[in-house]
Design a protein around this ligand. Structure first.
Ligand SMILES: Nc1ncnc2c1ncn2[C@@H]1O[C@H](COP(=O)(O)OP(=O)(O)OP(=O)(O)O)[C@@H](O)[C@H]1O
Ligand SMILES: [Mg+2]
Length: 297
């Protein structure tokens, strides 16, 4: 006898499976401050987060809320003032091969070929050249760029460069792929294509993705769960489950469940942005605004 699940039940079953997998990233009470002229400024305030193996987590929040600081601290590029970060149970003290990062800007080495770029981390890890070449070739295959192995970055489009950056990051076989607005410099069409490439790659390999975006559409199209941050100081507002499966052609923003999630996210973010602007109203403006009678035309 076959049992047909409703969509809601299938989504619930999917989250139950996801949460049963081992935690890959654990962030506990993470606090990060930066020195300013007025003293220490708290940018991340006691962030708690658990991400499970093969989860796709998106992080959203207003500009300046500390998204990049959070991902850089997870990458080990920033030292926190408090709390800790564990990757597969091991405490993070600086960068390591269990985490790889893809940035917004194009960060390929312009003097290396596409293959050379993907081989770079493998060679740094002392892998023999022939083996590094073989493995890099497979990663290029996975991102559909095997035909461009001998090209130089300057000969590639923006989307292709980011595919090489993804192949280069994955080649070292990290547990976590950290992505800081990786597609925000791309045009809308290329961006949509890159989103489906990424989901396709993610579904094929054992990788946990932490993906920062300020685009809420992108977050609901990609994520299993979405971490919502607020600003001043950066703190967790909520961690929400995206109530949708991943149909063969990809998710659609027309899906009523995604529409509902989007408006929930918008409400959440605007509520906190309004609260932040209300605080700012007590600050004396330094910009002298034009008054009536000052017209320049
Ligand atoms: N090295 C630093 N020294 C001092 N302040 C910093 C440093 N890096 C970040 N900040 C401050 O921390 C806050 C958070 O910055 P961050 O870049 O993490 O925000 P974000 O959420 O990624 O913003 P955006 O959406 O614009 O990319 C900002 O106010 C920023 O000015
Ligand atoms: Mg940022």
């Amino acid at each position: 006898m076959s049992v047909t699940l409703t969509n809601q039940e299938a989504v619930a079953a999917r989250f139950a499976r996801l949460k049963a997998r081992e935690p890959i990233l654990q962030v506990r009470g993470l606090t990060k401050t930066f020195p300013t002229a007025e003293g220490e400024r708290t940018v991340l305030d006691r962030i708690d987060l658990v991400t499970h193996r093969r989860e796709f987590l998106c992080v959203v929040g207003p500009s300046g809320c500390g998204k990049s600081t959070l991902i850089r601290t997870i990458a080990g590029l920033e030292d926190p003032q408090g709390g800790d970060i564990l990757v597969a149970g091991q405490p993070v003290h600086g960068p390591g091969p269990d985490r790889a990062m893809v940035f917004q800007g194009y960060t390929l080495f312009p003097w290396l070929t596409v293959l050379g770029n993907v081989m770079f981390g493998l060679r740094m890890a002392n892998m023999a050249s022939t083996e590094a070449k073989r493995q890099a070739g497979q990663w290029l295959d996975l991102v559909g760029l095997e035909a461009y192995a001998d090209a130089y970055p300057a000969q590639l489009s923006g989307g292709m460069k980011q595919r090489v950056a993804i192949a280069r990051a994955l080649a070292i076989q990290p547990r976590i792929l950290l992505m800081d607005e990786p597609f925000s410099a791309l045009d809308a069409k290329t961006r949509a294509r890159m989103q489906s490439y990424l989901v396709d790659i993610w579904s094929k390999i054992d990788i946990t993705v932490v993906f920062i975006t300020h685009d809420l559409d992108e977050a609901v199209l990609l994520a299993d769960r979405i971490l919502v941050l607020k600003a001043n100081p950066g703190a967790v507002v909520d961690l929400i489950e995206v109530p949708a499966l991943r149909p063969a052609g990809g998710r659609s923003l027309e899906d009523p469940a995604l529409k509902a999630t989007l408006s929930r996210l918008e409400d959440m973010i605007h509520r906190h942005e309004r609260a932040a602007t209300d605080d700012e109203e007590t600050i004396t403006p330094v910009v002298r605004l034009a008054a009536a009678g000052d017209e320049v035309n």
